[in-house]
Design a protein around this ligand. Sequence first.
Ligand SMILES: NC(=O)c1ccc[n+]([C@@H]2O[C@H](COP(=O)([O-])OP(=O)(O)OC[C@H]3O[C@@H](n4cnc5c(N)ncnc54)[C@H](O)[C@@H]3O)[C@@H](O)[C@H]2O)c1
Ligand SMILES: [Zn+2]
Length: 368
Amino acid sequence: MRSELVLELEGGRRSTIRIGAGVVDELGSLWQPGWEEAALIGDERVLALHGERVLALLAPLVRRVLRASFPPGEAQKRRETKARLEDELLDAALSRSACVVALGGGVSLDLAGFVAATYLRGVPFLALPSSLLAQVDAAVGGKTAVNTRHGKNLIGAFHQPAAVLIDPELLRTLPAEEWGNGLAEIVKHAAIADAELFAWLEAHADELARPGAIDPHPLRRCVEIKAEVVGADERERGRRAVLNFGHTVGHALESAAAGTPAGAGGHGRAVALGMQVEARLAEELCGFPARERERLLALLARLGLGARPALPFAALLPHLGLDKKRRGASLRCALPRSLGEMEQAAGSYTVEVTREQVERAWERAWPS
Ligand SMILES: NC(=O)c1ccc[n+]([C@@H]2O[C@H](COP(=O)([O-])OP(=O)(O)OC[C@H]3O[C@@H](n4cnc5c(N)ncnc54)[C@H](O)[C@@H]3O)[C@@H](O)[C@H]2O)c1
Ligand SMILES: [Zn+2]
C-alpha cells in the first residue's frame, strides 16, 4: 500500500512525500521538466548498495548524471566534506538546471540537502532516505546542516526537498545496530503528538524491535505528524520546537560522546536517553503523569533503548550551554504534559529549566 502527502509551505511551495514499498522506482513521475542534469549524492556504503539502481532511473531523465560520495559516518557531516562535494559539482560544471538527488541516511540527506541549498545560490533536491531514522524524521522538514567543533547542526539552511520517496524496502540492507536510532524517533513522534500511535507501538513492540522490515503504519504517522508540525512552523519560530523532545539532553550527549571511543551509538539512541531525562523534568515541571513516564520507559526498554549513558553528567555541561534552543541565559526543553500532548504556556512550546533541575532529572532517570 502506498500513500502520498503534500506539504504546503509559505509562498505556495510544495513538497511531495510518497511512502510505500518500491516507490523509489517512481522517481521519474516526480521529475520536473526543467531539471536537465542530476547529481546523485550519498555516502559510499549506501551508494554501493543502491546507487546503481537510482543512476539507472536517472539516466533516461537527464542529459547527464554526476555521482558524488563520501565515507559513511556522522564525522563526515562537516564543512570540509560539503566543500569537497561542491568542488566536484563545480569541476563538472553542473549548471543551475541540475537537481541534487540525496540518497542515504540522515547524514547524507543533511549534507546533500545543504549542498543543494547553496550550490549556485540554490538548486532543487529530492530525498531518498535509506535509514529508518531518515525515513521517519530527517527526510521531512527541510532542515539541512553540518556539525562544527562547537556542536551539531550549527551551520545550515532551511531547504525543502521538492519530493521525498520513502521506500521501506531500502531498509532491508540497513545494519541492525542502526535500527534502534529510527525506533527512538518513532517513539518521540508518538509521545509528542499521538497517544493512539503510542498504544499501537506498545501493542507491536516485539515485531518493531526486529530490524529489517516495518509495517508502513508508523512510518506514515510519523511523516504526517512531522509534516503537520513543520507545515505550521517551517522556520522553528514556535511550534516546531515540540519535535525537540529528548533532544536538548540528547544532543548534548551526542556531542559529549563524539570524542569517546564508543560514541553515543547514534542520534536516535542519544535521543532515547534524552527522553528518559526530559520525561523526569516533565514529571516535575509539567505534571507529566508518573504512570505515563513509566510506560515511556517500558516501551523504550522493549525496543532495546533503555540503556544508561556511559558518561557522567559533568561531561554534558559544556554541551548543554550551546543548545540552539537556549534563549538568553536559560536552558529550554520541549516537554510533554501527557503522552501525545506537549506543554504549552504563554505562547511558548518550551519550558525553562535550570541546570540543577536537569542534573536532578539525570540522577533520577536511572536510580542506582
Ligand atoms: N534534518 C533533520 O530534520 C534531521 C532529523 C533527524 C536527524 N537528522 C540527522 O540525521 C543524522 C543521523 O541519520 P542516520 O541515523 O540515518 O545516520 P547515517 O546517515 O550516518 O546512517 C547510518 C548508517 O547506516 C548506513 N545506511 C543508511 N541506510 C542504509 C541502507 N539502506 N543499507 C545499508 N546501510 C545504510 C549509513 O551508511 C551509515 O553508516 C544525524 O546527523 C542527525 O543530526 C536530521
Ligand atoms: Zn532527532
